[in-house]
Design a protein around this ligand. Structure first.
Ligand code: FAD
Ligand code: NAP
Ligand code: SF4
Length: 672
């Protein structure tokens, strides 16, 4: 067996988990949809069939005030049990196990009736919570326990108590948010009493043979968070109170340190879990940016943890564990940590799904069933749209010939993967290459598809996925070879000088600035990355933070320019934009908004900001000014008389991203 430690069963005494892989808690949005629990059952069932050892649901509130949003899911009454049974039955029939996460949002509640230990507003929510009275603290503890008892009645194998990420329990434990003077505040012993009483109350209600996982905040990453001694002490008290497993929590939501984005090195926080190993005897789970069986195996084999938690990787591929067990990790659709279709959707109150797997959370709606009408289909372009269409159409039984003009598949993803911190994009290309082979897509590299090909070869349909081309700007002096587009720079065709102006501050402008400034990707060097973000492995200070340090600056002087007067990077991902902005600040990139461009000459780039003219003495100008659809062959293709379909960037270039490109490919494959 290739992953012997990862796939080894874990005996909890009263029950056994079939392997060391936990599917971590994720709110999908189905919880609140009409008929959502049936869809949720299908979602979890596929993951259980895919071999995962234990599933944890998204957070369910133990009472009304603990809800994260006004309509968020709650389990407090017997009449709410029925819908959960649909989920537990489906998972058990598939041979899996599932725990329900109990989450009280505290001051992170996005509604005016939120409650917290003290009346202190969080920096990331607009509502100020009310401070709980002592009676309300006691009744909240009871609510946790009755929610757990109802979860047992609903057929769950256990519960996970959410004690991290800055939610209510964290708010009680930390002096940062708890300024109470009664028996729940003051000294650490008193602040820690809240979670301990919760676990005591739950254990008393559910008996011995029920899993209680406690998600313990082991590294708060905020000022005035817990000290390491407090973390250890609380872990030991929780063990005495009867938890079955301790899961790791990293960073409060309000922390200004990335904890799960793609630029976080793989397994970057496993050392925190390892640090606790010698102090407790219950099994420990390591979390955050674990996305391959190799990294999971390494964490368990080296003794850093007893289990690993992966959440988003199960959106990307429900078959993750089965593929590892079959020793075919190369077939795993790897989560690239982009957050674009999962967390960004959740924060926009949309149903979560996955950029690399549009079926995630749509298991009852998107399916690639065998076709009764097999066709021969020509596909133009092996970017994300063309690759996704080809694989899904071939899966259905169509004969697909995929033409790619270049010598490699991937399209613009081949440029994206060169950006420091975007190395994970390699995995999507690797996945598609293997799927193309597996489903016998006929791939023709270095071959341009045009009407002459269709004149000599018979096809039933044509799919155009020829993508986009960089927008060219026609301005005085812009025909100078020192003015280049982003493709030329990222492909290595052109090397730019030490002072560079970037025209366009969208996703590609930000990526280009990062590419030009960072000598070596710190994502590939975990210790350097921890230093860059001020994370202290020696845990000298409360919260685990220290002064950030980076030796990666002053590589190049870069100006990032846009015409709009709005904040630079406004359109970047909801959960990741702030990281991109901070990285460019670390590299001292000069940002200018409200810019108009006049000309380029030997003095540099002539611009105006408002009425003020300025010359940026730059060696090069790089155009990151958006893109246009690559439609040169569309009319020619339509003239052949064959049915023609457009997907991805060639269809609409505006606001194109890989999420839309892949989804459009999948949806067309489902229809043809
Ligand atoms: P393309 O990727 O442009 O692929 C089109 C393909 O068609 C190319 O391979 C081309 O060679 C081929 N082709 C064209 N004409 C022919 C022909 N006649 N015959 C055969 N082949 C042909 N998106 C995100 O979602 N998240 C990100 O973080 C992200 N980061 C990015 C970073 C950078 C630096 C760049 C450049 C892009 C990034 N993108 C990102 C955008 C993403 O890569 C694109 O949205 C996506 O690649 C578009 O897919 P597509 O298949 O429509 O087109
Ligand atoms: P974009 O986000 O639309 O940005 C284009 C930039 O060019 C804007 O800053 C725009 O700002 C400027 N611009 C547009 N027309 C111009 C003109 N005629 N003259 C001068 N400037 C002009 O597009 P992109 O950066 O090319 O990215 C393409 C897609 O890739 C995006 O939609 C994005 O989703 C995806 N992507 C995503 C990420 C990510 O991290 N999620 C990263 C990279 C790319 P002004 O009009 O104000 O000047
Ligand atoms: Fe992972 Fe991106 Fe999919 Fe979210 S959308 S699960 S981060 S690949």
């Amino acid at each position: 067996m290739s992953f012997p430690h990862l796939l080894e069963p874990l005996d909890l005494g009263f029950t056994q988990l079939k392997n060391r892989v936990l599917m971590g808690s994720m709110h999908t949005g189905l919880e609140e949809e009409k008929g959502g629990f049936e869809k949720l059952a299908a979602f979890y069932k596929e993951r259980a069939l895919g071999g995962v050892g234990l599933i944890v649901t998204g957070g369910i509130s133990p009472n009304l005030r603990g809800r994260l949003t006004p309509h968020a899911c709650q389990l407090s009454f017997p009449w709410q049990v029925g819908k959960h049974r649909v989920v537990t039955r489906a998972v058990h029939e598939a041979g899996g196990k599932i725990c329900m996460q109990i989450l009280h949002a505290g001051r992170y509640g996005y509604h005016p009736f939120s409650q917290a230990p003290s009346k202190i507003k969080s920096p990331i929510t607009p509502f100020t919570p009310s401070a709980m009275s002592s009676r309300q603290v006691r009744s909240t503890i009871k609510d946790y326990a009755s929610s757990a008892a109802l979860a047992k009645k609903a057929g769950y194998d256990g519960v996970e108590v959410m004690g991290s990420e800055g939610y209510l329990i964290n708010q009680f434990v930390s002096a940062r948010t708890n300024t109470r003077t009664d028996e729940w505040g003051g000294a650490f012993e008193k602040r820690a009493q809240f979670p301990i009483e919760i676990v005591n109350a739950i254990r008393a209600k559910v008996g011995k043979d029920f899993i209680i996982i406690f998600r313990l905040s082991m590294l708060d990453l905020v000022d005035n968070g817990s000290t390491w001694d407090e973390v250890v002490q609380l872990a030991q008290w929780l063990e005495q109170a009867g938890v079955s497993i301790l899961n790791t929590g990293i960073g409060w939501h309000e922390a200004r340190v990335p904890t799960i984005a793609t630029s976080v090195p793989r397994g970057a926080f496993a050392w925190v879990t390892e640090k606790l190993k010698q102090s407790v005897s219950v099994p420990l789970i390591a979390t955050n940016r674990i996305n391959t069986p190799e990294i999971g195996e390494q964490i368990i084999a080296s003794g850093q943890a007893d289990m690993v938690s992966m959440a988003r990787p199960f959106l990307a591929d429900p078959e993750f564990v089965n593929k590892a067990a079959a020793n075919t990790p190369e077939l795993i659709n790897t989560c690239i940590g982009c957050n674009q279709a999962c967390l960004d959707h959740t924060f926009s109150l949309k149903r979560a799904t996955c950029l690399v797997n549009p079926r995630a959370c749509y298991e009852t709606e998107i399916n690639f069933l065998p076709t009764a009408n097999k066709k021969r289909i020509a596909v133009m372009g092996a970017g994300p749209a063309g690759m996704a269409f080809s694989v899904y159409a071939a899966m259905r039984g169509h004969h697909v010939v995929l033409f790619e003009a270049k010598s490699e598949v991937g399209g613009q993803f081949n440029l994206a993967r060169k950006i420091p911190g975007k190395e994970e994009f390699n995995e999507t290309i690797r996945y598609f290459i293997n799927q193309i082979k597996l489903h016998k897509v006929e791939l023709r590299l270095n071959t341009r598809l045009d009407a002459s090909v269709l004149a000599t070869e018979k096809f039933d349909e044509v799919v155009i996925a020829s993508g986009v081309v960089p927008r060219d700007l026609v301005l005085p002096g812009f025909d100078d070879p020192r003015v280049v587009d982003y493709q030329k720079v990222l492909s290595g065709e052109v090397t730019v000088g030490n002072t560079v102006a970037l025209i366009g501050g969208g996703g590609i402008g930000f990526d280009m600035a990062h590419f030009l400034c960072e000598r070596q990707s710190s994502t590939l060097n975990p210790d350097k990355w921890l230093q860059q973000w001020g994370i202290d492995k020696t845990y000298q200070h409360a919260g685990g933070l220290t002064e950030p340090h980076s030796d990666n600056t002053d590589h190049r002087k870069v100006f990032l320019l846009q015409r709009k007067t709005s904040k630079m990077g406004k359109g970047l991902g909801k959960t990741t934009g702030w990281i991109h902005r901070l990285v460019l600040k670390q590299h001292d990139v000069k940002m200018k908004t409200g810019v108009s461009y006049d000309k380029f000459d030997d003095a540099g780039l002539h611009i105006r900001v408002g009425e003020t003219a300025e010359v940026l003495a730059v060696d090069n100008v790089v155009l990151c000014a958006g893109q246009e659809s690559n439609r040169t062959l569309v009319d020619e293709m339509k003239a052949t008389g064959l049915p023609v379909h457009l997907i991805g960037g060639v269809d609409v270039a505006a606001e194109l991203d890989a999420k839309r490109a892949i989804r459009q490919g999948a949806e067309l494959a489902m229809r043809l």
